[in-house]
Design a protein around this ligand. Structure first.
Ligand SMILES: Nc1nc(=O)c2c([nH]1)NC[C@@H]1CN(c3ccc(C(=O)N[C@@H](CCC(=O)O)C(=O)O)cc3)CN21
Ligand SMILES: CC(C)C(=O)C(=O)O
Ligand SMILES: [Mg+2]
Length: 292
């Protein structure tokens, strides 16, 4: 374990992340959608993201498009109540930063008022105006380029991006523009490792990779993917460190078996009557009265 439970960890700040890039210290980021995950992850990671991936991971949607600001607020509030030491970033869901700068500022500002330290939004050149509007209001913004899941319909699926001259060079240009617009960090998702390495080299701000190779300033994976709690197809970039789904099912089935054979609860898991009440309870019988 990376922490000493005696003293609270020092809070991670945006200027600290910048210094870490300069010193070559890698950033660790994962998602949390509730207080349990936040408490598990906080002593270990540097950044907690309340991701819009809550839509597919926890809410049963096929993708992140149905996730609303109200849903994000609900999950963000649960995570923020744990007062993590990690930098707390709220993902701006689909349509929450597209319609106009006033709407975008209100949505992002609402996240900060609920305890987020920063927001993250997907997209490049087309979103620069919104990034500027947020930065102008002192709302720190993390960019997100490459395989941006909110563009699933345009990409024709969750496909690796930046594999052609045009798209690779555009990604580098978008990365530079986001930095110039004031982003404090960039998520690079689902792109060739060499492209992410080049972006990390020429940008001054840290890059956080997910399926973007080892040369980013840090890495992010969805909490449930790391712990093996997600079912079905997992992207190639996921490395699973526990068989969470199986582990939890095994524990739950031992509990169920104990119930079925009368082995749960045991005497240690029971409350008892005081001795002087046992007699009265044992001798109680229903009265025949029909009034009442
Ligand atoms: N559980 C979970 N983990 C994630 O990383 C994640 C989410 N959910 N939801 C939102 C997005 C969706 N993401 C995805 C989903 C699928 C692939 C995927 O299957 N990619 C193909 C790429 C194939 C190719 O183009 O070569 C793969 O096989 O890795 C990638 C990212 C990342 N995000
Ligand atoms: C995977 C990360 C970067 C994300 O955007 C999410 O979890 O929603
Ligand atoms: Mg997201």
């Amino acid at each position: 374990m990376s922490h000493n439970s005696e003293q609270p960890l020092e809070r991670v700040t945006i200027p600290a992340l910048q210094q870490w890039k300069d010193k070559g210290r890698r950033v660790v980021m994962t998602t949390a959608y509730d207080a349990v995950a936040a408490r598990i992850a906080d002593p270990i990671v540097d950044i907690i993201l309340v991701g819009d991936s809550v839509g597919n991971v926890c809410l049963g949607f096929d993708n992140t498009l149905p996730v609303s600001v109200a849903m994000m607020n609900h999950h963000l509030e649960a995570v923020a109540r744990t007062r993590p030491h990690a930098l707390l970033v709220a993902d701006m869901p689909f349509l929450s930063f597209h319609v106009g700068s006033e709407d975008t500022i209100r949505n992002a500002g609402g996240f900060l008022q609920r305890g987020a330290d920063a927001v993250k939004l997907e997209g490049g050149a087309k979103r620069i105006e919104m990034v500027r509007a947020l930065v102008d209001c002192e709302i720190p913004v993390m960019g997100h380029l490459g395989l941006t899941p909110q563009s699933v319909n345009v990409m024709g699926g969750f496909k690796v991006q930046g594999r052609t001259t045009d798209t690779a060079l555009r990604l580098l240009d978008d990365a530079h523009r986001l930095q110039e617009a004031g982003c404090f960090a960039l998520v690079l998702e689902g792109i060739p490792a060499e492209l992410a390495a080049r972006a990390t080299e020429f940008l001054t701000i840290p890059t956080i990779g997910i399926g973007a190779g080892p040369d980013c300033s840090g890495q992010v994976l969805v909490f449930h993917d790391v712990l093996g709690l997600t079912e079905g197809h997992r992207p190639k970039f996921v490395r699973t460190y526990a068989n969470g789904f199986q582990l939890f099912q095994e524990a739950l089935s031992r509990w169920a078996a104990d119930i079925r054979k009368g082995a749960f609860p045991g005497s240690e898991e029971c409350y008892r009557l005081p001795d002087q009440l046992r007699h009265a309870v044992a001798n109680w019988a229903p009265s025949n009265s029909t009034t009442r």
